[in-house]
Design a binder for this molecule. Structure first.
Ligand code: NAP
Length: 560
C-alpha cells in the first residue's frame, strides 16, 4: 500500500529533503527526531541513491563495509552483519532497505518524484518546491541530499542514436538481468566504474574491447569474505571504532604518515609501498608519506611503483604501457580499487583501444569507428562518469533571494559557506556538496557530520524563534578563498578531472572539494554551532521584521 504523504500547498511540511539515498534517509530520521514534518522526494522508484542506480556488474564499495556504514545507531552496528570485506552493490542496497525498515523511514519518502523547481519567498521565509508529478509543497527548510555523483555524464559521442545494438550507462543500469554471454561488447571509460565492471563483463562476453582515453591507477582490493571471528571482534569495539572514525581526517581510521617519501631510501620506500599494496586499502599508498599529494617528485615514486605492478601483471608489454598512467600524478584523479582489472587484459578475447592515438570518430549503426577503423559490436557500455558535486544541485531551478537562480550565482563555480549554505539561498542546506570534504572522505562519516550539523542548526533556529538562516557574503567569500588556498597547496587543481570540473564541457574549472580534512572541517562547523552561527544572518518571522535581529529573537516554535 502506498502510505507516502501527499504534501500540497494546503498541507505544508517543515522540511523537504531531495533524494532518498544514504544522506536523505538519515536526514529524514534526524529531522523526525526534532518533530519536523518532513517529506523526501526521490526520483527513483525505490530508495538507495547511488546504490540504487549504480547496479552495473561488479559494482562494489571501495571502502571496507565495516567502515562504509552508518554509525548513528549502536544497535544497528550490532544487528547488521556484512558478508565481505568490500560489500557488493546488492548487499549495500539490502543494508539501506534494512535501515529504512528498522527506522520506519519509507512512509515519508515519495518515490518516482523529481524536484523540478524550488523558489524562495522572502516575505514568508518559505520555499515552494515543485515536482514533475505536479505537486507543489511549501516548506521552511530544503535539504539537498541529491548526491555528489548522481547526474551521469553524457559521453557526447556522435552517432550514439544510430547504434542498433544495446547501450548501457554504468550509472543507469537496468534493473532486469543483462546478459553479455556470447556478445561482442565495448566499454568506454576506465575510471572506477569501468575498472570494476570490465573484469566481470569479460567473464561473460565473447569479445570485450575497452576504449581507454586516460588510464587509471587501480589498486588491488584483496576482497574476501569476512570471518565470523573478525566480525565479532569489531562488534565488541564498534563504539570506539566509530568515535575514531568521526575524529579522523577522512572518515577511516589510520595512523597519519610522518615522513617525506623523498627523505626515505628507495629500498625502504619500496617495502612500504609493497605493504600498502598488499593492504588492499584504497588510500593505503596515499597514507605512506606526507608529501604524496603535494610534491611531484614524491608522487612520482608511488606512481612508478604502480606502473611496475602493471608491468608485472600484464603480459603484453605494449598493453602494459598503454595501461600505465603517465599524464597525471597518482591520486589527483581518484584512484580505483580493483578485482582482477589488469589481469583481465591477459585474456585472449579482451582488447584495449587507446583513444589518445586512435580517437573515436563516431558511433555507427554496427559499432564504434575510431580513426583506425570500425569495431563491430553487440553492446556498448558507457562508463563515462558524472557531472560531479554541482550537477545534482544545478539540475533543477533553484530561485533564491531577489529572483537570482543558483545557476546564475554559480556561473563561475560553486560558492557557499562551509559547503552547506549559499548566500542568498536561505534555509537551503546541502549534504556532500561542493566545497565540503565529501568526495575526499569516507562518505557515510561525512554525510552524518553534515546531517547532524544541519539538524542542530534547525533545532537552534526553532529554539530561538528564528525562521531564516543565510550565510553572510563575507563568510562565504572567506570560505571559498580558504578552500581554494588549501587546494592550491596540493597537486589536485592542475589536473583535468571530475574533481576540477574538467570532465564536463563548459563547466567552470576549479577544485571542488575541501582538502583540509574532515577533522578540521568538523571543527570549523562545530565552532559555528558553539558560537551561535556568527557567520550567518539569522532572522525572525517576517511579521516581526521590525525586531529582526540575530540576538534578540523571541523564544517561539517555528509554525508555518
Ligand atoms: P570517471 O572517473 O569520471 O571515469 C570516466 C571515464 O570515462 C574516464 O576514463 C574518462 O576518460 C572516460 N570518458 C568520459 N567521457 C568519454 C568520452 N566521451 N570518450 C571516451 N572516454 C570518455 O567516472 P566513474 O568511473 O563513473 O567514477 C566516478 C567516481 O564515482 C569515482 O571516481 C568514484 O568517486 C565514484 N565511484 C566509486 C565506486 C566505488 O567503488 N565506491 C565505484 C565507481 C565509481 P578521461 O579520464 O580521459 O576523461
Amino acid at each position: 500500500m502506498d502510505t507516502a504523504p501527499t504534501p500540497s500547498a494546503a498541507h505544508p511540511v517543515d522540511a523537504v529533503v531531495v533524494g532518498a539515498g544514504l544522506s536523505g534517509l538519515y536526514q529524514l530520521h534526524r529531522l523526525r527526531g526534532l518533530g519536523l514534518r518532513t517529506v523526501v522526494f526521490e526520483a527513483g522508484d525505490d530508495i538507495g541513491g547511488t546504490w540504487y542506480w549504480n547496479r552495473y556488474p561488479g559494482a562494489r564499495c571501495d571502502v571496507e563495509s565495516t567502515s562504509y556504514s552508518y554509525s548513528f545507531s549502536p544497535e544497528l552496528d550490532q544487528d547488521w552483519v556484512w558478508s565481505e570485506r568490500y560489500a557488493s552493490q546488492p548487499e549495500i542496497l539490502r543494508y539501506v532497505h534494512h535501515v529504512a525498515d528498522r527506522f520506519d523511514l519509507r512512509r515519508d519518502v515519495v518515490l518516482n518524484t523529481r524536484v523540478t523547481r524550488a523558489a524562495y519567498d522572502e516575505d514568508r521565509h518559505l520555499w515552494s518546491v515543485s515536482t514533475d508529478t505536479g505537486r507543489t509543497v511549501t516548506t521552511r527548510f530544503v535539504i539537498l541530499a541529491s548526491g555528489c555523483m548522481s547526474v551521469p555524464k553524457d559521453p557526447g559521442i556522435p552517432g550514439a542514436d544510430s547504434f542498433t545494438g544495446s547501450t548501457y550507462h554504468t550509472a543507469r543500469w537496468p534493473h532486469e538481468d543483462v546478459s553479455f554471454t556470447g556478445k561482442k561488447v565495448a566499454v568506454i571509460g576506465t575510471g572506477c566504474s569501468g575498472v570494476q565492471t570490465i573484469p566481470v563483463i569479460a567473464e561473460q562476453a565473447a569479445a570485450l574491447t575497452v576504449f581507454q582515453r586516460t588510464p587509471a591507477y587501480a589498486l588491488p582490493a584483496h576482497n574476501r569474505p569476512l570471518r565470523s571471528t573478525e566480525v565479532a571482534e569489531l562488534k565488541a569495539r564498534y563504539p570506539e571504532f566509530r568515535q575514531a572514525q568521526r575524529l579522523s581526517r577522512g572518515g577511516t581510521v589510520f595512523e597519519p604518515p610522518t615522513r617525506s617519501a623523498l627523505e626515505t631510501g628507495e629500498a625502504e620506500r619500496t617495502a612500504t609501498y609493497e605493504t600498502a599494496w598488499a593492504s588492499g586499502l584504497l588510500s593505503g599508498l596515499l597514507r605512506t608519506y606526507t608529501d604524496i599529494l603535494t610534491d611531484e617528485k614524491a608522487n612520482e615514486t608511488v606512481a612508478e611503483f604502480v606502473r611496475s605492478k602493471i608491468r608485472s601483471t600484464v603480459t603484453d608489454p605494449a598493453t602494459a604501457e598503454l595501461l600505465s598512467p603517465r599524464t597525471y600524478p597518482f591520486a589527483t584523479k581518484r584512484p580505483c580499487l580493483d578485482t582482477g582489472y589488469y589481469a583481465t587484459y591477459n585474456l585472449p578475447h579482451v582488447k584495449l583501444v587507446d583513444l589518445r592515438t586512435t580517437p573515436i570518430e563516431t558511433i555507427t549503426r554496427r559499432g564504434i569507428r575510431t580513426s583506425d577503423g570500425e569495431h563491430i559490436l553487440d553492446a556498448i557500455v558507457f562508463a563515462t562518469g558524472f557531472d560531479a558535486l554541482t550537477g545534482s544541485q544545478l539540475a533543477f531551478d533553484i530561485v533564491g533571494k531577489n529572483g537570482v537562480t543558483l545557476r546564475e550565482k554559480w556561473v563561475d563555480g560553486p560558492r557557499s559557506h562551509l559547503g552547506l549554505v549559499s548566500a542568498g539561498f536561505p534555509n537551503l542546506f546541502t549534504v556532500l556538496g561542493p566545497l565540503s570534504p565529501s568526495v575526499l572522505t569516507n562518505i557515510p562519516v561525512s554525510l552524518e557530520q553534515q546531517v547532524e550539523w544541519i539538524t542542530d542548526c534547525i533545532a537552534y533556529l526553532r529554539g530561538h524563534g528564528f525562521t531564516e538562516i543565510d550565510a553572510t557574503p563575507a563568510a562565504e567569500a572567506d570560505w571559498c578563498a580558504h578552500v581554494a588556498e588549501l587546494a592550491a597547496r596540493t597537486l589536485y587543481p592542475a589536473v583535468a578531472s571530475w574533481y576540477t570540473g574538467a570532465n564536463i564541457a563548459g563547466k567552470p574549472r576549479g577544485f571542488l572539494a575541501y582538502t583540509g580534512g574532515l577533522d578540521r572541517y568538523r571543527e570549523k562547523c562545530d565552532a559555528e554551532t558553539r558560537n551561535g552561527y556568527t557567520s550567518f544572518t539569522l532572522s525572525t518571522p517576517p511579521s516581526s521584521k521590525a525586531v529582526s535581529t540575530r540576538r534578540s529573537a523571541p523564544q517561539s516554535s517555528l509554525g508555518l
